[in-house]
Write a protein that binds this ligand. Sequence first.
Ligand code: CU
Length: 369
Amino acid sequence: MAKLPVQDGPALPSRRSMISGAAAMAALPAFTALHDHSGGTPPPSGTPASGTPASGILTSGTRATSPTALGNHAGHAGFAGGAVPPDRAGIDPTAILRDFDRGKTSTLPDGRTLREWDIVAVDKDFEIAPGVTFPGWCYNGRIPGPTLWAREGDALRINFTNAGAHPHTMHFHGIHRAEMDGTPGIGAGSIAPGQSFSYEFDATPFGTHLYHCHQSPLAPHIAKGLYGGFIIEPRAGRPTADDEMVMVMNGYNTDGGDDNEFYSVNGLPFHFMDHPVQVKQNALVRIHLINVLEYDPINSFHVHGNFFHYYPTGTMLTPSEYTDTVSQVQGQRGIVEIRFPYPGKYMFHAHKTEFAELGWMGFFEVEPA
Ligand SMILES: [Cu+2]
């Protein structure tokens, strides 16, 4: 498959160099300005600690501060410089967690609810790791795109405008007519820069789904950031959860090669190390878990100190499994339901160690009831 030129300018880190410990962070800004020191996170054993050159990704680059300065930051994120502060990154994974976009609703003559969204594809840069700018393509200026929420049977209309520099589409998982599938060559097909199209279909089946660009070459069009969650609630609803959230597992290919150099959930590597997901003891926490990772065939989710019920694709009301680890292939998703019986901090991460060490790890912080 042809590779897209994903960036210009100075070379960004490659995964091989990061794993091997070769100069990884070629353009690190001064670390001292990078993060606050409130709520410092003690590194769990086995997690790369800042300032440990042997851990590969922490090797300082030409503009890095001294190892001593790095050492002062042990406990932050497991990453040289920590996670990028959300306001600088342009991505706030904590805000994305509980941000469900229910669209603009109106009632059709037949009494059904029409749910409508305006989605714009744009090219936008994000600072995904300290000093690493990723030239993203995204929906509504964010990675992942908005989590669209609908109720089973609603009529849906997604007004899509392509304000980017490349042709894109919106391809929704679900049941719909071919011409609404967002596939090049069918129906409206590719939506050229400056063009618009409204996708219209009904919300079915219920479950936790996703949408993404389906323009060729597919892997870069998705991995540049054109994806988001698409949740269809059962008509009669699910048992009420005390807390409901979305976790979109993704990766970043920063060098245009065949793999990812960074991994995250909700778009920003290591974010939830510095900003643990706040939950309450014994509360029912429902997590819509979606894997949109490209380049790597399998991703996984593992939680420490607990087990959870898992509903594959969210299309059933009874769980298939009681476990502490699930795997998902590309495009796979499901619902995790979990209650934390004990207060404290519990890691969650990909159980593929390499993904975890390159950003896909975080904490739940359980507040006593
Ligand atoms: Cu695209």
